[in-house]
Design a binder for this molecule. Structure first.
Ligand SMILES: *[C@@H]1O[C@H](CO)[C@@H](O)[C@H](O)[C@H]1NC(C)=O
Ligand SMILES: *[C@@H]1O[C@H](CO)[C@@H](O)[C@H](O)[C@H]1NC(C)=O
Ligand SMILES: *[C@@H]1O[C@H](CO)[C@@H](O)[C@H](O)[C@H]1NC(C)=O
Length: 385
């Protein structure tokens, strides 16, 4: 700057003006070469732009189609929109880590409609799905569905089904084995990826709903407690399965048993997938005749969060026939009187207040029950409300 000011003061400008008048032909030459140079620069910059600017955009596009829920939106929807597809290539380790993210600010900056995640742990087909389709009809936006089936099973639900593309990446499950707890954790982790999911209920292919959607939704969403069955069973099938090696994490007085079919809120769902402390002990010391799916979750919450669980399940099952397995119902069992009996005379506490609704679901219904269930259940249970 200073140099230029000095040059002007020395009278450089007037002398240049005299030069241009004296050599017009030279100026023309200079002008032509300037034009040629700038055209050359223009062409060069066009290619440079293509290379440095367009290139990254194409790369971005292809990466966002690979990972659709981390798209290019720059607003909040980037973080709160659930994955558009349930299929992914994450390992359990990667998935659990990703699913364990928790916002520290409890006040939501957007209107969040809590959803109930219905998580089906199945071997393969869902024979009672027509009943469930009726149950979910008209309640879009308040539920989401996740299905874990054996990996070689490929369902063919039509696009208008609520189960269409709701399968999560699954792995082999051996009943009575730790792999069943791994599958439950996998269902929870996949469901946690949708931030709207607030309650998480585990179901099997033999479960049916015994109330309409709205009643079940309100019952769960408004509950202060999670419905994890948990009791201290002094018999060999209970305390008899405890191993002193599980101390100090778990001692005999904290050892619990409960049905596998839990219902938990978001906090406890995250506690289950992030746990390594109890999981490691159970993995090592709870082997048949100890069944991890009957002890792990009830025991862990009895130690860690006893005030957050209702100590009862919301899934009804019939043990009245005796034996080590609950009754499985067939076509011949299903009539109006039988179904009425399931919901009658229930008494329990909901948020510490007496309630006539204890169970929301029932099992175990064989595939043959579908026809009579479709005949009686919708009006009896108000499934179409
Ligand atoms: C998972 O990986 C395979 C092979 O690496 C690929 O073909 C497939 O498209 C990927 N799936 C998803 C959902 O990204
Ligand atoms: C088990 O742990 C609880 C809580 O820490 C404690 O109160 C109780 O005395 C322990 N019982 C035994 C048998 O160690
Ligand atoms: C469930 O049982 C635990 C003891 O194991 C108790 O502390 C808790 O209050 C019980 N929950 C309810 C809702 O009664």
């Amino acid at each position: 700057m200073q140099g230029r000011v000095l040059a002007m003061e020395n009278g450089t400008e007037p002398s240049q003006r005299t030069q241009s008048r004296a050599f017009p032909l030279g100026t023309l030459k200079i002008l032509i070469s300037l034009v040629v140079l700038s055209v050359g620069l223009l062409i060069l910059s066009f290619y440079m732009t293509r290379y440095f600017y367009l290139q990254p955009i194409t790369v971005l596009r292809s990466s966002s189609s690979f990972n659709p829920w981390f798209g290019e939106q720059s607003d909040l929807s980037r973080w709160i929109t659930p994955p558009s597809t349930l299929m992914h290539n994450m390992s359990d380790e990667e998935l659990f880590w990703r699913a364990s993210f928790v916002p520290e600010i409890k006040q939501c900056p957007y209107k969040r409609v809590p959803k109930v995640a219905f998580m089906f742990l199945t071997r393969g087909p869902l024979p009672l799905h027509p009943l469930w389709e009726k149950f979910f009809e008209g309640h879009k936006g308040r539920y989401s569905i996740y299905v874990h089936s054996l990996p070689d099973y490929h369902p063919d639900f039509p696009p208008n089904s609520v189960f269409y593309r709701r399968q999560i990446p699954s792995q082999v499950v051996m009943w009575g084995d730790r792999s069943i707890c791994d599958a439950e954790r996998r269902l929870l982790a996949n469901a946690l990826l949708d931030l709207s999911n607030e309650r998480f209920v585990l179901l099997s292919e033999s479960c049916i709903p015994i109330y309409g959607f709205s009643i079940i939704y309100q019952y769960l969403v408004k509950s202060r407690y999670s419905f994890v069955g948990s009791f201290d069973d002094p018999r060999p099938f209970g305390r008899g399965r405890y191993r002193p090696d599980m101390a100090p994490e778990v001692n005999i007085t904290q050892w619990r048993k409960g049905p596998q079919w839990f219902e938990v809120d978001r906090k406890l769902a995250i506690d289950i997938i992030k746990d390594t402390k109890y999981y490691a002990k159970f993995k090592e010391f709870c082997k048949p005749p100890c069944y991890m799916d009957e002890h792990y979750i009830p025991t862990m919450f009895t130690v860690e969060s006893p005030d957050l669980i209702a100590n009862r399940s919301v899934t009804w099952v019939d043990w009245s026939r005796g034996g080590s397995h609950p009754a499985t119902f067939g076509k011949g069992d299903i009539n109006e009187a039988f179904l009425k009996r399931i919901t009658e005379d229930q008494k329990c506490l909901h948020n510490n207040q007496p309630s006539s609704i204890c169970f929301l679901f029932a099992r175990k219904f064989s595939p043959s029950t579908l026809e009579p269930l479709l005949q009686f259940a919708p009006s009896l249970f108000g499934l179409d409300q």
